[in-house]
Design a protein around this ligand. Structure first.
Ligand SMILES: [Zn+2]
Length: 297
């Protein structure tokens, strides 16, 4: 079994600038961001290009990543509630991970950092185009639109306790990037591409300072459809005891029409009441979001 430390890597050339804090595997069954960060730190440490500030890459859920499971006791992307943060209870594996992450962030943030950025790397159970999920707070939305992939607004407004909601409320600028299917090589490339572009946009990296422009950057810039911006208009939430089955074949951003059968819930057919797009259809056993509905802005 591979052993993971909290910090995957850290790189600076000691120039004044921001802290770019990248989290990967907040869900332990999503190793894609980890692999992307490992590749990036290998290139940075070999070729030593100048950047402003510091990039730090960390593992979100170390215990779950080691066991290759989504979480140990509870979803680490739902624990970041006001209540949990105030109570400081470390009564689950994930709350322990959460407070260790906060401590790590505090330890790597130095007085010479001008500002703070974050990227939280995720993947989905089904195949998907890569996209950014952004909370409309501070400079998040402007920053998100500097990346060449679809942008979704409204996720953090619907779902409480996400790590990107926590970062955003701290005044850290950033977003979540969902890169595609969990085990797909393409997901690793899109995570890598987005992190490289963040190094360019936030830390002033010039790609000419590298031996080659990383292929992942070219793939992210040229291999994805023109950017669109979407807004979440509905979350189909699930209770623990629910028997939910999504109709097969739905993909992110697939158009849906009023009356179309989307899923079955406890034996009852769920039909669309929207002319819109489907988003994050659930095709795995764990999770409490059946699907979302989004419209284009
Ligand atoms: Zn995830």
């Amino acid at each position: 079994m591979e052993e993971y430390n909290r910090i995957l890597g850290s790189y600076t050339t000691n120039k004044k600038g921001p802290l770019l804090f990248v989290t990967a595997a907040v869900h332990g069954n999503e190793p894609s961001g980890v692999k992307a960060l490992q590749r990036i730190f290998e290139i940075l440490n070999t070729e030593k290009p100048h950047i402003k500030g510091t990039i730090v890459g960390v593992v979100g859920n170390v215990a779950a990543l080691q066991k290759k499971v989504r979480f140990i006791e509870e979803d680490l992307n739902r624990t970041w509630t006001q209540e949990n943060l105030q109570q400081k209870n470390k009564d689950t594996a994930e709350k322990k991970e959460m407070f260790q992450l906060i401590e790590t962030l505090e330890n790597v943030y130095k007085p010479h950092h001008t500002e703070r950025y974050f990227i939280d790397c995720h993947t989905t159970s089904s195949a998907s185009l890569p996209y950014i999920s952004v909370q409309e707070l501070g400079k998040n939305d402007t920053f998100a639109h500097q990346f060449p992939i679809h942008v979704i607004r409204g996720f953090s407004d619907i779902v409480n306790g996400t790590i990107d909601g926590f970062f955003s409320k701290q005044g850290i600028t950033g977003f979540t990037v969902e890169a595609g299917q969990h085990e797909s090589k393409e997901s690793e490339a899109y995570h890598e591409g987005v992190i490289w572009i963040a190094l360019q946009e936030a830390c002033g990296l010039n790609f000419d300072a590298l031996q080659d422009i990383p292929p992942a950057v070219l793939k992210t810039m040229n291999g994805t459809p023109p950017q669109k911006t979407f807004k979440i208009i509905h979350r189909f939430g699930l209770k623990e005891e629910d028997d939910f089955k999504m109709q097969p074949g739905f993909e992110n951003f697939q158009p849906i029409q009023k009356g179309e059968n989307l899923a079955t819930l406890n034996g009852t057919q769920i039909n669309s009441v929207w002319d819109a797009y489907i988003f994050m259809p659930l095709y795995q056993s764990q999770g409490n979001d059946g699907f979302f509905v989004v419209t284009e802005i």
